[in-house]
Write a protein that binds this ligand. Structure first.
Ligand code: DGL
Length: 287
């Protein structure tokens, strides 16, 4: 096994740019740590792909981040969290990151932190989940919310056009209104009592202004960035043995499996500042 090196950043992974909306909030909350972001832009979107494919791609990306020294990887993609995280945690980590007392490296997702708190935002006890087809069909949100808030009723709507619109820079265009309106009308038609809508895809915060235009003002619209950042801070506090291993030089590195120039052009709107990325292949790693 590869030796753990001095440079041990926190890895943040998404199928494309969406995870940058999570990284942005994490960095704001925990600026002291080093971070490496990986966007699997060459193979995005994940939301329409099979369980097996999303699992294979996610595992490759997690291994790549481990090879870059990450002790902890945040899967900042709901689709990958829904379809791959449990397998990686239970089946793969014991082999790819063996340790004396449990795995030497950890992988966390974005669904659990969100479902732990979502019920606190709703007064009616009825929440709507807007997500990719993959996340919706996995039913992960239904299962996880039931664990923490058994009385909360959950409604789901898959919005397959939203990620392509966002990835193609059309999130602000008049064309986007049609699809935003369509899916919001569908989810709100499921119950008049929904008072909280979760943007359960890390790309969707870019549509938040449009979404606000098409739902009543009384509806709470939740993005996950801050929730995940708070949960990570809490996790690191509860795991000082892991926290003490993470390097703290305030470095940020950006990797993409597609064109670095394209990544740098697009990433700013998701991350809120300019980035300089480096190309890397998801298939090259030693483990
Ligand atoms: N950002 C990803 C998520 O949170 C979805 C993007 C995709 O379909 O690849 O689910």
């Amino acid at each position: 096994m590869k030796q753990i090196t001095e440079n041990q950043p926190i890895g943040v992974f998404d199928s494309g740019y969406g995870g940058l909306t999570i990284l942005r909030e994490i960095v704001q909350k925990l600026p002291q740590y080093d971070y490496v972001y990986l966007g699997d832009n060459a193979r995005t979107p994940y939301g329409t792909r099979s369980f097996e494919t999303v699992y294979q791609y996610t595992l490759e990306c997690v291994k790549l981040l481990f090879d870059r020294g990450c002790r902890l990887v945040i899967v900042a993609c709901n689709t990958a969290s829904a379809k791959a995280l449990r397998n990686i945690q239970q089946l793969d980590l014991p082999h790819i990151a063996p340790g004396l007392d449990g795995p030497a490296r950890r992988v966390l997702g974005v669904i659990r932190p969100t479902t732990e708190v979502i019920g606190n935002y709703s007064e009616t006890g009825e929440v709507g989940i807007l997500a990719t087809r993959g996340t919706v069909s996995s039913e992960s949100y239904l299962v996880e919310i039931e664990k923490f808030f058994p009385d909360v009723r959950v409604y789901q709507e898959a919005c397959p056009m939203w990620v392509p619109l966002i990835e193609n820079g059309e999130y602000d265009s008049p064309g986007a209104d049609y699809f935003v309106k369509q899916h919001l009308a569908r989810i709100m038609a499921q119950s008049p009592n929904i008072d909280t809508l979760l943007l359960a895809c890390t790309h969707y915060p870019l549509l938040i202004d449009k979404i606000r235009q098409y739902v009543p003002k009384t509806i709470t619209i939740l993005s996950q960035g801050r929730i995940v950042a708070n949960s990570l801070a809490n996790y690191l506090h509860r795991h000082p043995e892991l926290e003490s291993q993470i390097s703290q030089c305030g470095n940020r590195q950006f990797l993409t499996t597609d064109s670095a120039d394209d990544f740098d052009r697009q990433a700013t709107v998701f991350y809120g500042e300019a980035v300089q990325s480096v190309y890397c292949s998801p298939e090259v790693h030693v483990r």
